[in-house]
Design a binder for this molecule. Structure first.
Ligand code: ZN
Ligand code: ZN
Length: 641
């Protein structure tokens, strides 16, 4: 067999790298026929062209030139078919290979995994007479990739028992599997193994290990692993930051982000998404704006995930206008961004505009997905647009062919319940094809409270407490309903149940940001450094409010106290403290943005309306369910929350 000259290989490679495979074939036909190894070059170059006809043409030339016996050439061909997703041709070729080796099997397994056909991948795996680490990696990794975590871990165990030595890839997949299962104990065992194999300081393995601990809620252990890594690169920092974000430690996220910058590591898009989400959660607008500036500087402002996080960050911080501006600046394009802006409108109680945006999106030919519909239904339910919501729910199924999920049903139950159709709402829960959870029943329970239907509340309340006996919010909700129906026996029964089960009421916390600093307030917290000033300010404010007609609503308090005590407690709800602090410490006319972890109570809602009028201030309050824009004695929610 004549050796092909170096210049020929060079020219052929050059043509291939430009994707000119046909030209390469014609120019060097005779060389290729005399040296089958040249086929490998062409086959590799064919992958990025994604052309099946060209692949078939090469295949027939290989047969014609009698090179199909060459195991390198045939593996390259097998790889080409697998990469192009033609698994039929790949399987056929594999079954006829005269000199099939481990590599051939591995290629086919990867091909099937790529097609999400794990059954066929497993069949090839099981039938292989010989396997190497890459074979196990392909199968374990494939299973974990499709969240068949238990099977993935089981296979790893088998591999371990057979005495195979896993490599960094195997361990990375296995740890992802443990993370997916939230299996901290399994993860710990793998950790021991990682140490034994000396992979603890391996960047990929170390990051996966930390990620696993974080997903299992074991933050301290996760951080420890990260600190052990030889260098803390952006992946390691992102693991740390995302771990805090997933475990609800938004303050920790911002802290880590600053430490990351001090350490000289440049944030990437993944960092930005985590950090901006935390700013949304904490509603720290100042910090969010700073991060936005950094996004622009880092050139990450064109990434869809970052753009949509910016839209919701501004919205959740109470700045609908800035949220819309962020949307306009990115010029639409992706359905994710449209959904974000629809949900921003909904969150601020601007249902009509949410629908308008949706119609505009339809005109531009973008297909709504289930997230879009969730945003729309949310907007309708928060704006009392029952008919429109029902219509959209129908079109989601009929026109768009989307299957409603539990979240969609929850929105519908909210919509029906708020508009007073309590029986319809209950019927929907009982007839829907998905399994009801505590949240959807609680949604109906809130509707019972709004419409003062104590009988239904009592019946449903039992269902709710059975599903989630530790949830303090349900007890409070139910007690409130019974209290307003003056069913004191039911109230005390509930309180006993709460005590017996050691359920603690979640304390109300409000916070606001002034000059990039966050101030936090707990209900009646006398240890607060500014308590005395706030207290005397509130006293004055209260008498001024009473002159304007304010009457404290002591009916919404549950405690066994006399009215005076109740009034004192009411007057020191965390949002009132935060608003007083804001009024004292900001110049006149500056809008206040206060966030609260629970829902605003009826008395605070009334009081804030008075305050907005007396002090002539715009006050925005984000509570656990929505935004309230108080202005000139009115609230944007129309007393509907
Ligand atoms: Zn209150
Ligand atoms: Zn309101």
């Amino acid at each position: 067999m004549p050796r092909t000259s170096a210049s020929c290989i060079e020219q052929l490679t050059s043509l291939c790298s430009k994707g000119l495979i046909k030209q390469a074939l014609e120019t060097f036909k005779s060389d290729i026929f005399s040296d089958p190894s040249l086929f490998s070059l062409l086959l590799k170059a064919c992958i990025p062209t994604n052309s099946l006809p060209l692949s078939k043409q090469l295949h027939s030339l290989i047969i014609k030139s009698n090179s199909s016996d060459d195991k390198f050439v045939s593996n390259h061909l097998l790889n080409l078919y697998s990469k192009l997703g033609d698994l039929n041709s790949a399987s056929l070729l594999f079954s006829r290979l005269p000199r099939r080796n481990v590599m051939s099997g591995n290629i086919l397994i990867n091909g099937f995994v790529q097609k999400a056909d794990l059954g066929s991948a497993r069949k090839v795996f099981d039938e292989m007479p010989e396997r190497n680490v890459a074979t196990w990696n392909a199968m374990v990794g494939g299973l974990v990739q499709f969240e068949l975590n238990e099977e993935g871990l089981g296979l790893f165990e088998e591999m371990y028992e057979l005495g195979m030595s896993p490599d960094a890839y195997t361990l990375g997949s296995v740890l992802r599997g443990c993370a997916g299962l939230r299996g901290g104990n399994e993860g710990c065992q793998v950790h021991c193994y990682v140490v034994k194999c000396g992979f603890e300081c391996h960047m990929v393995v170390g990051s996966s290990l930390a990620h696993m601990y974080m997903r299992c809620g074991r933050l301290v252990e996760g951080e420890k692993v990260i600190r052990m890594l030889p260098i803390c690169n952006v992946v390691a920092w992102n693991t740390l930051i995302a771990g805090k974000a997933q475990n609800g430690q938004a303050e920790g996220v911002l802290e880590q982000f600053n430490m990351m910058k001090v350490a000289g590591v440049r944030p990437d898009r993944i960092t930005f998404v985590s950090v901006l989400s935390s700013c949304s959660e904490l509603a720290t607008l100042g910090q969010g704006q700073q991060v936005h500036a950094e996004v622009i500087k880092a050139g990450a402002s064109s990434v869809v995930a970052v753009k949509s996080t910016l839209i919701s960050m501004y919205s959740r911080c109470g700045c609908l206008e800035d949220s819309l501006k962020a949307f306009r600046e990115c010029g639409g394009g992706d359905v994710v961004l449209w959904s974000s802006v629809i949900s921003a409108y909904g969150f601020h109680g601007r249902g009509e505009e949410a629908i308008e945006i949706f119609e505009q999106m339809e005109r531009e030919g973008l297909a709504a997905n289930d997230v879009t519909f969730l945003s729309l239904l949310y907007a309708c339910s928060h704006c009392g647009m029952k008919e429109k919501g029902m219509e959209l729910f129908d079109s989601m199924v009929q026109k768009y062919g989307l299957e409603p999920k539990l979240e969609h049903y929850t929105c519908m139950v909210d919509l029906l319940g708020r508009s007073g159709c309590l029986d319809e709402a209950e019927a929907m829960i009982r007839s829907m094809p998905v399994k009801a959870d505590a949240v959807i029943w609680k949604t109906l329970l809130s509707a019972c409270k709004i419409h003062k239907n104590a009988d239904m509340a009592r019946r449903i309340g039992q269902d709710v407490l059975r599903q989630d006996p530790e949830d303090s919010a349900s007890y409070v909700l139910l007690s409130n309903i019974h209290a307003s129906a003056r069913r004191w026996e039911d109230v005390s029964e509930l309180r006993t149940a709460m005590r017996d089960r050691k359920v603690k009421k979640e304390p109300g916390i409000s916070w606001l940001e002034i000059k990039n600093k966050v101030y936090q307030f707990h209900m009646g917290d006398k240890s607060h450094p500014h308590y005395r000033i706030i207290d005397s300010y509130l006293k004055e404010l209260r008498s001024e409010m009473k002159l304007h007609g304010y009457v404290p609503d002591t009916g919404s308090e549950l405690h066994d106290m006399d009215d005076e005590e109740k009034e004192y407690d009411l007057a020191h709800h965390s949002e009132k403290l935060a608003i007083a602090f804001g009024l004292i410490n900001t110049p006149e006319g500056v809008p206040l943005r206060v966030m609260k972890n629970l829902r605003v109570c009826i008395d605070c809602h009334v009081a804030i309306k008075y305050i907005s009028q007396i002090k002539n201030r715009e006050i925005v309050v984000r509570d656990a369910s929505r935004f309230h824009h108080f202005k000139k004695g009115k609230c944007s929610c129309g007393d509907y929350w």
